[in-house]
Design a protein around this ligand. Structure first.
Ligand code: ADP
Ligand code: MG
Length: 710
């Protein structure tokens, strides 16, 4: 049972003062995790940390110095000008400060509001960005308008949160701060000397500091506040993982022996021969499965290196040995694709008589589900392909022998550990297309066996990669016009789903969203353009992908949802916008979406105007090599902590607070800490052990706590 002290953290946000249904649904959009399906709770807000800070200059003179700065001004209203435009009015409120003019501009606001705020001769306090317009300054849609006497109520600095349309940082800050007033004090779960040595504060103080930053240093990944929280999260996940692993390796597993007849038949219809490297790994997998120890193996291999085939052979072996096998993909799209591919292969051969394959995901209709579930329970179905819906409590397997987790890095840390729940002592095979250096993988996955698939199937062509400045986007457009006339297709990836709040206008850099780019391309290419992103309903997502696959659309504007696995051989161009905002490994993954057919393929990395030399150097690595392992190493070495926005918005969704590789030293420290903790106090019974249990609950590792003796 979760300790009472954590109750407030798990209160649904609609119970928080100031959050109504509308804000609740916006927050849900913003904070929803792929990890689990539950309401957005206070904890999600508290762990939604600022990525920047705005500082405002108070009472500056109106002079060229204030151009594009955030300012707080005391002004006198001189004249309200209303300019009719279409069926609306634009309002330009002429103001002065010591006889120097500055305007306030509204594009879209009710005239009653204007009337109530701006009476001629009145003195007002205003905050916003001072922009130059023709011969004067103006502030468009000020963040604050107050009576002049209240000028001190306008904050001189304010945190900036990663946002979604409809929620401003101001509101976010306000609701989070109102939550913070109710935070409890905790018994410390960190080692005191370690904490002192790092000059970290208590958990509670850290949280309130991070949401009320005084300078931009306070919100950086290396600020002591952020480090402490990252450490808390990493400590919890390392501890949870150690408990899971201890549980897995304690038990003996199944011994799945079979003559491999089915596997051999399958290979015959496959249409290609396994590479030597694939054969080697297959041998390792088969011998793990035959042994009575539990298999816990990770195959790391670049995109397209042929991991999936191995996974399927393992499943077939499992079935031939009298067991069931489950294949878990990170998204519905991928699960469906895997399923259809498998069906198409086995249909060609008499092995289809032995294999009964089904698809089970979150969007499986209830009536179909009702039919499938008993068949899984009776063992009639022997291969289940799905998403993490597979691990819902209602799904009961008769005799599950093998679980395959594809693209495992896409799953939340929590989900990845859920497979231990069913208690069937299954063999576990993880697959990852994100090669990570050995030191890191040992820490992330512990002492599991790792097979490296380095050799690529013969006949793969190199994808030509180019870097182009966003300024030249028109050239790119005319390039793709030709591409689609030749009956080829194009992926167009952007970092964000929707446009960022205007507060980011501060930074003089534009980060493009799929929605904006979709609109823009639609003007040029009409219905040939499709859109897909993570915030769409899954049936809409599936439809968008299907339309692209059936060539109904020729250009697919997408976020990184298409990063993994999606296989559309007719797509020959991958355009990635604001490429500097992505990690190299991620770009490499995206690039792997093209070059899957016989045609020559290209990848275009569009970089923004504000990209520094370093990011260009980074992108160059991709141009030079297509070895995923090498790219991952370079990424680790080069990736600065600078592009906060990029990492939070489009990096791996692995942790809420920790950011890898930036926090990898903390990860190593947490690993060592956990080792010591469990040596001294294996059942977490000491005072620190109890505090650590609270930490596990805080990060929702409830399942792992069950693995401890009561
Ligand atoms: P991964 O899962 O590692 O990204 P896949 O298993 O999906 O890679 O393989 C990518 C493509 O290469 C698939 O179309 C697959 O059928 C094909 N393939 C796999 N192994 C070989 C091989 N040894 N020879 C030729 N083609 C292969
Ligand atoms: Mg795969």
């Amino acid at each position: 049972m979760r300790p009472q002290i954590l109750n407030y953290f798990f209160v649904s946000v609609d119970k928080v003062k100031g959050i109504g249904p509308k804000l609740q649904s916006l927050l849900a959009n913003l904070l929803i995790k792929r990890d689990f399906h539950r309401n957005i709770v206070v904890k999600d807000l508290i762990f939604h940390t600022p990525i920047n800070i705005i500082t405002r200059i108070k009472n500056p003179d109106i002079s060229p110095n204030i151009k594009d700065r955030n300012v707080i001004l005391k002004l006198q209203v001189e004249e309200v000008e209303s300019i009719p435009k279409w069926n609306k009015n634009i309002y330009r409120i002429h103001c002065t400060q010591n006889a120097k003019p500055i305007d306030i501009v509204y594009f879209n606001v009710d005239h009653r509001y204007i009337k109530s705020q701006f009476q001629i001769g009145k003195n007002i306090a205003v905050a916003g960005i001072a922009e130059r317009y023709l011969d004067r300054f103006q502030i468009i849609h000020p963040k604050y308008i107050m009576p002049a006497n209240d000028i001190d109520k306008i904050p001189e600095s304010e945190p900036v949160y990663p946002l979604t349309a409809g929620i401003s940082s101001k509101i976010m800050h306000k609701i989070i701060n109102s939550c913070l007033t109710q935070l409890p004090e905790f018994t410390e779960w960190l080692d005191e000397s370690f904490k002192k040595q790092n000059k970290w504060l208590d958990f509670k103080d850290t949280i309130s500091k991070i949401h009320n930053p005084k300078s931009s240093a306070d919100v950086l990944l290396e600020s002591p506040y952020r480090l402490r929280l990252a450490y808390d999260e990493l400590l919890a996940s390392q501890l949870a993982m150690a408990l899971t692993r201890r549980n897995i390796t304690k038990q003996k597993g199944n011994s799945q022996t079979s003559p491999n007849e089915l596997a051999r038949n399958f290979l015959k219809v496959l249409g290609f021969k396994l590479t030597e490297n694939q054969k080697e790994i297959l041998k390792e997998i088969f011998s793990d499965m035959e042994s009575e120890n539990r298999m816990f193996r990770l195959i790391q291999g670049d995109v397209g290196s042929g991991k999936t085939v191995l996974a399927i052979l393992a499943m077939i072996k499992s079935v031939e040995s009298g067991y069931q096998a489950a294949f878990m993909a990170p998204t519905e799209i991928l699960a469906k694709q895997q399923y259809e591919w498998l069906l198409s292969v086995i249909e060609k051969n008499d092995i289809s008589a032995y294999l009964s394959v089904t698809l089970l995901s979150g969007s499986t209709k209830e009536n179909i589900r009702k039919q499938i579930l008993p068949e899984i329970e009776s063992g009639k179905i022997n291969i289940v392909i799905g998403t993490h819906a597979l691990f819902q409590d209602r799904v009961i397997f008769k005799k599950l022998g093998l679980i395959i987790i594809d693209e495992q890095h896409r799953f939340g840390v929590r989900q990845r550990m859920q497979f231990s729940d069913k208690g069937q002592k299954t063999d576990i095979l993880l697959m990852s297309a994100t090669p990570i250096p050995r030191t890191l993988s040992m820490t992330l996955y512990g002492d599991m066996e790792i097979s490296l698939l380095k050799e690529k199937p013969a006949g793969r062509q190199k994808i030509e990669t180019r870097m182009i400045s966003t300024n030249k986007i028109e050239d790119v457009i005319s390039g793709i016009t030709r591409t689609i006339e030749d009956d080829n297709q194009v992926y167009w990836v952007c970092p964000l789903v929707s446009k960022l709040e205007e507060e980011f206008a501060d930074e003089k850099e534009k980060i493009i969203s799929v929605e904006e780019r979709f609109e823009y391309l639609q003007k040029k290419f009409g219905s040939k353009v499709g859109i897909v992103h993570g915030k769409m309903k899954s049936e809409d997502k599936n439809k968008a992908i299907a339309d692209f696959l059936n060539k109904k659309t020729k250009i697919l504007v997408a976020t990184t949802v298409i990063e993994v696995g999606v296989n559309i051989p007719n797509a020959t161009i991958m355009i990635i916008e604001n490429a500097e905002k992505f990690g190299l490994a991620q770009l490499h993954q995206l690039r792997g979406r093209v070059g899957r057919g016989a045609k020559k393929s290209n990848c275009i990395l569009l970089y923004g105007n504000s990209s520094g030399e370093n990011s260009i150097k980074r992108l160059n690595v991709l141009r030079e090599t297509d070895d995923g392992f090498k790219i991952a190493e370079e990424d680790m070495a080069l990736r600065g902590i600078g592009d906060l926005l990029g990492t939070k918005q489009s990096g791996f969704p692995e942790y809420d607070l920790a950011e890898l590789p930036a926090h990898k030293e903390l990860l190593f420290a947490a690993r060592d800490d956990v080792k010591m903790i469990l040596e001294k106090d294996p059942e977490l019974k000491s005072e620190r052990g109890q505090a650590l249990r609270t930490l596990l609950y805080l990060f929702e590792y409830d399942q792992q706590i069950k693995l401890l003796a009561a």
